[in-house]
Design a protein around this ligand. Structure first.
Ligand SMILES: [Cu+2]
Length: 120
């Protein structure tokens, strides 16, 4: 939960930005061009949920021709997808490699009895 004080600060900063910028919004900033380079389906176990669901630490299976099995952090494209997750959950997901970032999407819960091939 954001405190009233920091919300006020953010509001003031936003106001400063609006006042300080003479150009109409149409001409600035440049739209974010994001090209998806590759998508890798994988499965894994949630090890930690951080940044209010915006980042997951996942012990994931091998992604063929891309990444060995390992435990690592992933940004979550839509943090709402982390809402129902708990540490220890088994999930399927897609890792999206885009030009400017990588993120996880399509998080699906897997049955607890699912056998995974994780790094030792
Ligand atoms: Cu990895």
């Amino acid at each position: 939960m954001r405190s009233g004080r920091s919300a006020t600060l953010v509001g003031m900063m936003g106001l400063l930005l609006i006042v300080g910028c003479g150009e109409p919004p149409e001409s600035s900033p440049e739209p974010v061009e994001e090209t998806i380079v590759s998508v890798h389906a994988s499965r894994g176990v949630v090890q930690a949920i951080e940044e209010e669901g915006a980042r997951l630490i996942i012990a994931h299976e091998e992604m063929p021709d891309f990444m060995d099995a390992m435990t690592m952090p992933f940004d979550v494209g839509d943090p709402d997808e982390s809402a129902g997750l708990a540490v220890g959950d088994k999930i399927g997901f897609e890792l999206v490699m885009a030009t400017k970032r990588s993120y996880v999407r399509n998080i699906q819960p897997l049955p607890t009895e699912t056998e995974l091939s994780l790094a030792p």
